[in-house]
Design a protein around this ligand. Structure first.
Ligand code: HEC
Ligand code: HEC
Ligand code: HEC
Ligand code: HEC
Ligand code: HEC
Ligand code: HEC
Length: 435
């Protein structure tokens, strides 16, 4: 049996390089500082990392509305610049914190970016927010980043709704996973320290023994980058970290799939249901003409807008800018490119006429209080579970249909159940909803 076999797991085959670290007590700890530095930079970068937590975003939104809204919007210039993308263009996150705390001081300090910004904004002085805490500014930034992402979601006809999921809850509470990762790192560091001590005390013990030349070579071989990167332990560590990060990414991805509730993209024209369907009580069907007769509710064409906006050219809240866009689209015979909000995947079949006309369902049951929304947002989940749930609970609308009257009568007699539900007429059959 080869004499070095016992030590293989701890100290790999000798290198031919000169043995620089022979006998050094902490030779195995040489790379410990590296691990610690890695650990600390992870922590530090977290402190400067912009949160995606819904809690941080909503706290940031409140702060933004209370302090910044008078002068800033996320996506357009007001008094100050549009803040979308500021985390990328400003010199650093720290710079933003300093600037928000006291912009005059940063400008007076001669910071090139600040001086130029100040000049570009007609030397308008931004209020100093000395009392805002760093976390609060980070929350405001979280809100800004979130809001900017929402608005840049491109018009989509994609069959995979998860890819553009907006609104809340598209990420696992990542703080838990980060905590777990940090905990594991700490345990690993501890293990390394213990191993290092074991190695050095074993070496000391062996030093006093009579060893053959071959054994000595194995025992006192240097530990260097080469031996470490080739060791099983190192390979395991790297694989483990990569796997953990991959796992986290997959979970985050899964949470976004199919869930689009709350999606409320910005539209090319600031059309408001609150004004039209709410304040002026225009019937939904006046614009969504397909709703009673077809699968699709349809979005109104420019012609329908022009029925009224031929005359009405000024809005109370938006002035004449937004309505001018309608007139321009009409003059150029170009359709307005509304961003689609509700979108089932191609594999599912949904028919408006069946629900609104035959089933007697109100728009609001599925779409929520649209007449109060300035910007339409997706009210319901639109998942299969959501469809099925309603089919289980909802009575079939049998008013004025002799065919249904008979069915209902039959149903009550045969099954001795209460009112006939959608599920009783086949509303849970796969083929009804899937092609
Ligand atoms: C009184 C108006 C006013 C208020 C209130 C205000 N800002 Fe500003 N902000 C400005 C102006 C003007 C600038 C452009 C720089 C300058 O002129 O000093 C600016 C610049 C900035 C910049 C740098 C933008 C860039 O393009 O690099 C950031 C970041 C910023 N503001 C954040 C905030 C935050 C966060 C708040 C709320 C806590 C806030 N501001 C409140 C007026 C304001
Ligand atoms: C004056 C015309 C008009 C009236 C009245 C109107 N809408 Fe709309 N609706 C639009 C336009 C234009 C859009 C597309 C722009 C948008 O999403 O805001 C739209 C979008 C929608 C959407 C989202 C479509 C999508 O992309 O998924 C729903 C849902 C909707 N309307 C429901 C209603 C309901 C319910 C009512 C009645 C309470 C109503 N609408 C009344 C013009 C109208
Ligand atoms: C049945 C009449 C009618 C139709 C159809 C109609 N509108 Fe309007 N619209 C109005 C009225 C009334 C106002 C309110 C004007 C005001 O603010 O006093 C208005 C206001 C607006 C405003 C300005 C809102 C504001 O407060 O500044 C926009 C933008 C607008 N409409 C877009 C559209 C678009 C886009 C369509 C077609 C999808 C459309 N409208 C169809 C009647 C109509
Ligand atoms: C039973 C639920 C339900 C009811 C009731 C309902 N809708 Fe919808 N609506 C949906 C679903 C689901 C979609 C997505 C359809 C798709 O992607 O194929 C949708 C999509 C839409 C759209 C987007 C364009 C389209 O047709 O795909 C508009 C506009 C709309 N609905 C308007 C209305 C109006 C107006 C009413 C009332 C008259 C109404 N809806 C009633 C579930 C409903
Ligand atoms: C608010 C309740 C409600 C929701 C949500 C709902 N439905 Fe329905 N659905 C009904 C009612 C009520 C009927 C029965 C209409 C009738 O009387 O024929 C029906 C009937 C149907 C039918 C015809 C069943 C048959 O046997 O004739 C299909 C297909 C259907 N729904 C698909 C869907 C899909 C797909 C979704 C989800 C995207 C959905 N429904 C969501 C209430 C709902
Ligand atoms: C009432 C309508 C309805 C019925 C009945 C129904 N489905 Fe669905 N199903 C849907 C809708 C809507 C979706 C899309 C959901 C989404 O986008 O999250 C869907 C999605 C699916 C998917 C894809 C899931 C995914 O993650 O993309 C499968 C698979 C599926 N259904 C299988 C079935 C089977 C099997 C049955 C019969 C036991 C059935 N469905 C009955 C409405 C229905």
């Amino acid at each position: 049996m080869p004499s070095d076999s016992r030590f293989v797991p701890l100290v790999l085959k000798t290198d031919t390089e000169p043995n620089m670290n022979r006998n050094s007590l902490f030779s195995a700890c040489k790379f410990l500082p590296l691990v610690v530095v890695f650990f600390l930079t992870t922590l530090a970068s977290q402190a400067q990392e912009i949160s995606k937590e819904p809690a941080a975003i909503s706290a940031g939104k409140a702060l933004f509305n209370a302090n910044c809204k008078t002068c800033h919007a996320v996506n357009k210039k007001v008094v100050g610049p549009a803040l979308a993308g500021v985390t990328d263009r400003a010199p650093s996150i720290q710079w933003i914190k300093d600037f928000v705390h006291n912009s005059a001081k940063v400008i007076a300090g001669g910071d090139a970016y600040a001086v130029k910004l100040y000049a570009d904004n007609n030397k308008t002085q931004m209020t100093a927010f000395t009392s805002l805490k760093d976390e609060e500014i980070m929350n405001v930034l979280a809100y800004i980043v979130d809001e900017a992402n929402k608005e840049t979601i491109a018009p989509t006809t994609a069959a995979v709704p998860g890819a553009t999921a907006g609104g809340g809850g598209d990420s696992v509470p990542s703080s838990y996973l980060n905590l777990i990762l940090i905990g594991m790192l700490l345990i690993l560091i501890l293990l390394i320290v213990i191993l290092a001590f074991m190695v050095s005390s074993m070496k000391r013990f062996l030093e006093n023994k009579q060893l053959t030349e071959e054994d000595r070579e194995v025992v006192f071989s240097p530990i260097n980058v080469g031996t470490i990167t080739r060791s099983n332990g190192f390979i395991f560590l790297v694989t483990f970290i990569v796997a953990a990060l991959g796992f986290k990414a997959v979970i985050n991805g899964l949470y976004g799939i199919g869930v689009q509730q709350g999606y409320a993209p910005k539209q090319p024209i600031a059309f408001s249901h609150k004004i039209h369907a709410g304040q002026y009580e225009i019937d939904c069907k006046y614009c969504h003409t397909g709703v009673m007769k077809g699968k699709s509710a349809t979005i109104p064409t420019v012609n329908i807008c022009m029925n009224c906006h031929n005359q009405i050219r000024t809005g109370t809240t938006t002035g004449d800018g937004e309505i001018a866009k309608i007139v321009a689209a009409w003059d150029n015979k170009k359709p307005i490119e509304w961003v689609r909000i509700h979108n089932l995947p191609d594999l599912a079949y949904f028919n408006h006429a069946q629900h609104v006309n035959v089933g007697g369902q109100e728009c609001q049951t599925c779409h929520g209080p649209i007449e109060t929304m300035d910007v339409v947002r997706q009210h319901s989940l639109l998942t299969m579970g959501w469809c099925i749930d309603c089919h289980r609970k909802t009575d079939v609308n049998s008013k004025g249909s002799a065919y249904y009257d008979k069915l209902v009568e039959f149903h009550a007699k045969e099954k001795g159940k209460g009112p006939m539900k959608v599920e009783d007429i086949g509303g849970l059959e796969c083929s009804k909803c899937h092609y």
